[in-house]
Design a binder for this molecule. Structure first.
Ligand SMILES: [Zn+2]
Length: 86
């Protein structure tokens, strides 16, 4: 009882809540997504978020306040959606 609460990862993982301002900024840095442009979309959206927030990608996880939208096709983009940067 209770031992399940032990966290096996010693690394300090940072959870960043991505607000609407940051989402809007990140949307400006993408051209298309894996839905409308599978050939060119090859970086995950959280990679773009690293650039916008300046956070350390090795310890940062993102939670989107709401999904970003692809500027080209308007489909939803989540943390792990592949996108084409501008
Ligand atoms: Zn798209």
């Amino acid at each position: 009882m209770g031992r399940e609460y032990f966290d096996p990862t010693p690394e300090e993982q940072i959870i960043v809540l991505v607000d609407s301002v940051t989402i809007a900024r990140a949307e400006r840095l993408i051209e298309s997504c894996e839905h409308c442009n599978p050939e060119c979309a090859e970086i995950p959206f959280d990679n773009v978020l690293d650039r916008v927030t300046g956070a350390d990608p090795s310890v940062t996880d993102y939670i989107l306040e709401y999904p970003a939208l692809c500027p080209y096709c308007g489909r939803e983009i989540l943390e792990n959606t592949l996108v084409e940067p501008t």
